[in-house]
Write a protein that binds this ligand. Structure first.
Ligand code: NAD
Ligand code: UDP
Ligand code: UDP
Length: 316
């Protein structure tokens, strides 16, 4: 029998957060979404407003929050390089002060708390594919550091609140996730390429396009996050990789998007941004073993759904 939980989702107005709120509501839970809408969008969650089990508060997690909940999913943080580099100090504060406040809240109400960390904690990885026991290769003072080091500090805080205060914590390391409700202008590669292809602009490939990423469809990501939170063995805190292990070069992705949209767009090469990781692919054997989780949606199917969504955004 389902026990209804009161669940706080920070960053619930963003891409992943909105899908998470929707999924948790469909499971019968009460969901409180806290977002300062720095880069989220109310349109992502407006369809949930009619539910009496859904509530939204405009709140910045760098400030304390006093509510009563059973579980917390801490997603609040800009995720695309364009957004997190717009106000790097605020990005770092969001990861660090936000983690402290949400952990303090979890401690007071004895809630279980999950952190959405990232493959960026591996930096430009010297080990391939990346396993959870790899400590990473991160520039501490570069343009990506506000995000990478903020997320690393947050992982440290989660582990220490667990050791020091006995908190029930979970750390998920998400690899590139994509799907409907990605912000059309947030500069991430999947949304950029699709928008460019649909509007007849050149696809902007940074560097020579030989760098790789592994793209996980949002539904798979959300299933993984909930499975990790619900894992009953509370001694397990992670970190756990969640991502799709099928690796593509950025050039392959560009060509696939052109083909799937039937676009006449061409590819245009631009400078590679500083510290852009050359390779990224998760080893997900831990998630497969402990959660029986494996992504099931192939890139071509996920791209189809994302193209449909972004076509709708452009038309409206
Ligand atoms: P997103 O940018 O779409 O959503 C983030 C949300 O957090 C936005 O709604 C934003 O307004 C909100 N936010 C930012 N700062 C805040 C603050 N100080 N207080 C309250 N809300 C704040 O990003 P996303 O793709 O949905 O990512 C969600 C989480 O997952 C992030 O923590 C991100 O680091 C992590 N993650 C995402 C990916 C991915 O590929 N999407 C990969 C790795 C990790
Ligand atoms: N906090 C919060 N909500 C709560 C409890 C705490 O936002 O319900 C914040 C509060 O701002 C505090 C932080 O969490 O500074 C860390 O709390 P903790 O109890 O761990 O430490 P302390 O209060 O001693 O700083
Ligand atoms: N990228 C690109 N063209 C774009 C946007 C991104 O070639 O218009 C590249 C970027 O340099 C990186 C990869 O695509 O190598 C993924 O970028 P994204 O910003 O989506 O996520 P990241 O994994 O770098 O955080």
């Amino acid at each position: 029998m389902l026990s209804v939980k009161r669940i706080l989702v920070t960053g619930g107005g963003g891409f992943l957060g909105s899908h998470l709120c929707e999924k948790l509501l469909s499971k019968g839970h009460e969901v409180l979404c806290a977002d300062n809408f720095f880069c989220g969008n109310k349109n992502n969650i407006i369809h949930l407003y009619g539910s009496p089990r859904f509530e939204v508060i405009r709140h910045d997690v760098t400030f304390p929050l006093y509510v009563e909940v059973d579980e917390i999913y801490n997603l609040a943080c800009p995720a695309s390089p364009v957004h997190y580099q717009r106000d790097p100090v605020q990005t770092l504060k969001t990861s660090v002060h936000g983690a402290i406040n949400m952990l303090g809240l979890a401690k007071r109400v004895r809630a279980k708390i999950l952190q959405t960390s990232t493959s960026e904690v591996y930096g430009d990885p010297a080990v391939h594919p990346q396993r959870e026991n790899y400590w990473g290769n991160v520039n501490p003072i570069g343009i990506r550091s506000c995000y990478d080091e903020g997320k690393r500090a947050a992982e440290c805080l989660f582990a220490d609140y667990h050791r020091q205060h006995g908190l029930r914590v979970k750390i998920a390391r998400l690899f590139n996730s994509y799907g409907p409700r990605m912000h059309p202008n947030d500069g991430r590669v999947v949304s950029n390429f699709i928008i460019q292809a649909l509007t007849g602009k050149n696809l902007t490939v940074y560097g020579d396009g030989s760098q790789t990423r592994s793209f996980c469809y949002v539904d798979d990501t959300i299933d993984g996050l909930i499975a990790l939170m619900d894992k009953t063995d509370d001694g397990f805190i992670g970190p756990m990789n969640l991502g799709n292990p099928t690796e593509f070069t950025i050039l392959e992705l560009a060509n696939l998007v052109i083909e799937m949209t039937g676009s006449k767009s061409k590819i245009e090469f631009r400078d590679l941004p500083q510290d852009d990781p050359a390779r990224r692919k998760p080893d997900i054997s831990l998630a497969a073993e402990l959660l029986k989780w494996n992504p099931s949606i192939a890139l071509i199917d996920g791209l189809q759904a994302t193209i449909r969504h972004l076509k709708g955004v452009i038309e409206s």
